[in-house]
Design a protein around this ligand. Structure first.
Ligand SMILES: [Zn+2]
Length: 320
């Protein structure tokens, strides 16, 4: 895959800060109105939009079936903003395939999305993403962080590694599934309050970002959920006794299409994440896909390699 692919593109290979994401999702909505509904599902702690893209097909065969959407979620952790770029770039490629009638990885996307729409939340944590990409100059940030933590944020290197939201709460430790144990485990490791990563928050679903996606899942009954993180080239697919039987087979298909290994159940002792909460609440499959290898944030130079490796998995994940 070469840089040439980008010539007619709306989504550029650039760090997806909130200004760019706003511009890209709005332009995608204006360019592909027959296949895409863009909406704001909520706001972050600092008032940034959390966008939802609902992609659906326009199948002329008149085929109709009950819609059982699939949810893809990126940008849960600030420094893992490569996942936001991945989501948006994929969304544009799907929409282009729908409009032109071209197949994507041998799949007729119009037909596929006519029976099952795909909902993409490209960035669940826009404040954390902004801190990682542009530093800690967000208006209002100092109201939520301790003086000490805010002072540390003067260092750009410190900010780049930021995972949490603007209150120093790790969104993927804030869901109501094994939350008490995760909090106890965090405190044992000395994480007793707001941090760049790992803090559970004061209580489950305390953060507006967590509340927004929980509300979305209550509103739309998703068939399954894939949450994208970085890094590790690994797919996690289980959560205690709540793992539905078909999750392992689905994970193996995702694994064989991407070459990412399956996380060992014993190695995935964590809880309080989106995957865990979704499985416990709906008894339906949910996955965490850790994209890429190396230091986070992953460099933009890795994008084409990542995308080339994950494209088929992204198509299959919507079809399963
Ligand atoms: Zn993550």
């Amino acid at each position: 895959m070469t840089e040439k692919r980008n010539t007619r593109r709306i989504v550029g290979i650039e760090p997806p800060d909130s200004q760019r994401v706003r511009q890209w999702v709005q332009t995608l909505g204006e360019t592909y109105p027959a296949w895409l509904e863009v909406s704001e599902m909520g706001k972050s702690l600092l008032g940034r939009s959390i966008w939802t893209l609902r992609l659906h097909g326009c199948d002329s065969s008149g085929l109709s079936a009950p819609d059982t959407p699939v949810l893809y979620c990126g940008g849960v952790h600030g420094r893992e903003w490569m996942t936001t770029l991945l989501m948006l770039y994929f969304a544009e490629e799907v929409l282009h395939a729908c409009r032109t009638g071209r197949r994507l990885c041998e799949m007729d996307m119009n037909r596929l999305l006519s029976t099952r729409s795909l909902v993409i939340v490209p960035c669940l944590n826009p404040d954390g993403t902004e801190i990682s990409i542009n530093g800690a100059d967000s208006p209002g940030l100092s109201d939520y962080l301790s003086e000490e933590l805010f002072t540390q944020c003067r260092s750009r290197a410190f900010c780049r590694r930021w995972k949490a939201n603007a209150r120093g709460v790790d969104i993927n430790r804030n869901f109501n599934a094994g939350w008490d144990e995760m909090r106890a485990a965090a405190m044992e490791r000395g994480i007793c309050g707001p941090q760049p990563g790992g803090w559970t928050g004061a209580y489950p679903e305390s953060e507006p970002e967590t509340q927004a996606i929980v509300a979305l899942c209550r509103q739309i009954r998703f068939r399954h959920v894939v949450a994208f993180h970085a890094q590790g080239e690994e797919i996690y697919w289980n959560y205690r006794s709540f793992t539905p039987p078909r999750a392992h087979l689905m994970a193996r298909i995702l694994s064989s299409s991407s070459g990412y290994r399956l996380g060992e159940p014993s190695a995935n002792a964590s809880a309080a994440g989106l995957k865990d909460w979704f499985m416990e609440t709906y008894h339906a499959p949910a996955f965490t896909v850790e994209i890429g290898r190396g230091e986070c944030p992953l460099s933009l130079g890795q994008f084409w390699f990542l995308y080339g490796r994950l494209r088929e998995m992204l198509v299959l994940g919507a079809a399963l």
